[in-house]
Ligand binder design. Structure first.
Ligand SMILES: Cc1ncc(COP(=O)(O)O)c(C=O)c1O
Length: 492
């Protein structure tokens, strides 16, 4: 596991300017503030600002122009284009995903691999010691209660989750919440509560592959709605599908979707809610990344716009505190009886001690401070990963611009076969997530998802290796095409 090195002040200044470039505050060719202005704005010394600008020059983000100042270099990562929805296929198909999904997860447990595949947080960034203390003290204090079932979940934890939901625009009571074994179980319960085999579910495309696996297991049909890299699913495409198809549920990750990392604007959330309410279709909302925003306030959830109990909100502490504690939650809305029943018949209760530990951690008041820290680190790592991919991957590569979370969606030139790249990368001790596992139609053949959970020299070298493996595919393609050309000429 890589260790998270403490940043110098000048690196923080450089990262914050890199972020502004990445999210378009300063565009290629534009002048950035002078060293003096930055020193004033960011309350750092002139020397620190100079160091930061030197670092930005080294990273190739800016260039100095004599007598004129510093300008954003015109070689930034190309962004992924909006999908052309007129060319998308949007009829339901049976859900079927590849075994690679299981492999990506299994490989994430193997410390010998350089982890660019699964989006599992870097444990170095998690408050392990504090959580362990909370676990020990709460179990000691609660005695018998700590070994008992805790259905529908620890009351203190449900109360604190309900309080935090206000930041996402929701007014919830502890009784509106059931504690689950992670967000995955929450989505599983929600799908099972509202769908039966053969039903059709609308999802965003690219979609999170574990959601696809659950739907495959339930024999559901899926309609993939193309997602825009800036604002999430295409509302026009969704409108069209709802008019044409009998849809049973909609499953989305509106905030910092996995893998695109984009955030649906509030305006679209309100439209989405109105649209679904018009057809009385439930929305299963996965908000696991909602707390991991880079730039602004924590975004609202679609549930905040729901006055009919149609949204089933699912989330967990897996990305921010402890994936291994398996503490997540679901707000079942009007589907409460069905979801309560499913939770009881599947696992009776979520494990009690981790719930107590998380409740004690939240009550201690350090969670927001912790969130601010990891948001900064993930924003920086996403930025570094973007820079490295832009530099090391072949020409024609386009990269998403996530506003939260820690995954990067990378579109490579047509000649790159991401399944082949996945296999070659594995042979070189690197895991990645190949594009086709994010689609029921096995689209995204030349795309990969990379995780920015870890960053080190080793990760950087892995990116270089992936770049050279991809570039070799172009040569192999040229050789194959010319061989095919020769064969054709011989036949003639
Ligand atoms: C979008 C999304 N939903 C759900 C999960 C599963 O979360 P949990 O570990 O809380 O079950 C993940 C894990 O990576 C995820 O990325």
């Amino acid at each position: 596991m890589e260790t998270a090195r403490k940043q110098n002040l000048y690196e923080e200044v450089a990262d914050s300017i890199s972020n502004m470039v990445r999210c378009g505050t300063y565009r290629a060719g534009e002048r950035i503030p002078s060293i003096r202005a930055v020193s004033r704005q960011m309350r750092v010394s002139i020397t620190t600002a100079m160091e930061a600008y030197r670092l930005l020059e080294d990273r190739g983000v800016v260039e100095a122009r004599p007598q004129s100042g510093y300008y954003v270099r015109p070689v930034p990562a190309n962004t992924i284009a909006r999908p052309d929805i007129s060319k998308e296929e949007m009829n339901p198909v049976m859900c079927c995903v590849e075994e690679i999904v299981d492999m990506v997860f299994k490989d994430s447990m193997n410390p010998d691999f350089i982890q660019l595949g699964a989006t599992i947080p870097n444990t170095e960034l998690l408050p392990v010691d504090k959580l362990s203390r909370c676990l020990a003290s709460s179990v000691r204090r609660k005695g018998d209660l700590s070994v008992s079932y805790s259905y529908p979940g620890d009351l203190k934890l449900r109360t604190l989750i309900a309080r935090r939901a206000a930041m996402a625009g929701c007014s919830l009571a502890p009784d509106d919440i059931i504690i689950t074994a992670g967000c995955q179980e929450a989505a599983f319960l929600a799908l099972n509560a509202v769908c039966k085999p053969g039903d059709t579910v609308v999802i965003q495309s690219p979609a999170y592959f574990n959601h696809l696996q659950v739907m495959q297991n339930m024999n559901l049909k899926v309609v993939e709605i193309p997602s825009n890299p800036e604002d999430g699913i295409s509302m026009d495409a969704l409108r069209f599908v709802l008019e044409e198809t009998a849809v049973k549920a909609c499953l989305l990750i509106p905030n910092f979707s996995n893998p695109l990392g984009c955030c649906m604007p509030d305006k679209n959330k309100a439209v989405l809610m109105k649209l679904l309410a018009g057809y009385d279709i439930p929305l299963i909302e996965d908000d696991i990344n909602g707390d991991l925003c880079f730039f602004h306030e924590r975004p609202r959830v679609v549930k905040a716009f729901d006055d009919k109990g149609l949204v089933i909100l699912c989330s967990s502490f897996s990305k921010t505190l402890a994936p291994g504690y398996r503490v997540g939650w679901i707000t079942p809305g009007r589907y409460k009886p069905a979801i309560e029943h499913l939770k009881v018949i599947s696992s009776l209760s979520t494990s009690t001690p981790p719930q107590m530990a998380v409740a004690e951690f939240l009550a201690g008041g350090g969670y927001d401070h912790h969130l601010r820290r990891i948001r900064r680190i993930y924003a920086r790592q996403v930025s570094l990963l973007t820079d490295a991919v832009a530099r090391c991957f072949p020409e024609g590569t386009n990269i998403s611009r996530p506003e939260g979370g820690f995954s990067l969606w990378v579109e490579m030139p047509e000649y790159v076969d991401s399944i082949l790249l996945y296999e070659q990368a594995r042979q070189n001790g690197i895991t990645i997530a190949p594009g086709p596992i994010f689609s029921v139609r096995q689209k995204f053949r030349n795309y990969i998802r990379l995780s920015a959970a870890f960053w080190s020299e080793r990760t950087h070298n892995a990116i270089k290796k992936l770049g050279s493996l991809s570039a070799q595919m172009r040569k192999q393609r040229i050789v194959a095409e010319s061989a095919a050309g020769i064969r054709k000429n011989m036949v003639i």
